[in-house]
Design a protein around this ligand. Structure first.
Ligand code: HEC
Length: 144
């Protein structure tokens, strides 16, 4: 075999190795923030806010202690009215309705449970439950 032939052969081998499609495999392994957020939501939030973000029934009515049940996060709720920063703080530090008669945090703080990146992923998942109008509204809240 001449040198040229060998070079051509090596060239073909290198080129065909490059054509082995590794991209689709990588894409399958990559998890989007929404998917990561959905997983976290199901583990940490669904027990109170519902498997698909539907909230508790009668979520607008406070109980005897003046505490509000967990609201929906889908388009029927009001989560979309809050900016990213507000949502982040509510999840990290917990939240209670200011009119609650007890000082208890009805919405528990996730500071010691979720990393900042995980909180942001959950917020991305919540956004996937909103209408396009709600997403637009919320984007304006973010630049205020
Ligand atoms: C133990 C039950 C419970 C768990 C678990 C829980 N929440 Fe809540 N959450 C509540 C309650 C109750 C409220 C309403 C508090 C109030 O307004 O007084 C609330 C309120 C909120 C709010 C404010 C909603 C709004 O529209 O004002 C956000 C955002 C929120 N929760 C996100 C989450 C996320 C994300 C998780 C999971 C990481 C989670 N919650 C887990 C009970 C829970």
């Amino acid at each position: 075999m001449t040198r040229i032939c060998l070079k051509v052969l090596i060239g073909i081998l290198v080129a065909s190795a490059g054509m082995i499609p590794d991209r689709p495999l990588k894409a399958e392994l990559e998890v989007t923030p929404i998917e990561q957020g959905r997983k976290i939501y199901r583990q940490q939030c669904a027990a109170c806010h519902g498997l698909n973000g539907e909230g508790k029934q009668e979520w607008k009515r406070p109980n005897k202690q003046g505490e509000l049940p967990a609201p929906p996060h889908n388009h029927t709720g009001h989560t979309w009215r809050h900016s990213n920063t507000m949502l982040f703080n509510m999840i990290q530090d917990g939240w209670r309705d200011p009119f609650n008669k007890t000082g208890r945090l009805t919405m528990p703080a996730f500071r010691n449970v979720l990393s900042p990146g995980e909180i942001r992923a959950v917020i991305e998942y919540l956004k996937s439950l909103w209408t396009s109008e709600q997403i637009e509204f919320q984007e304006l809240e973010n630049v205020k």
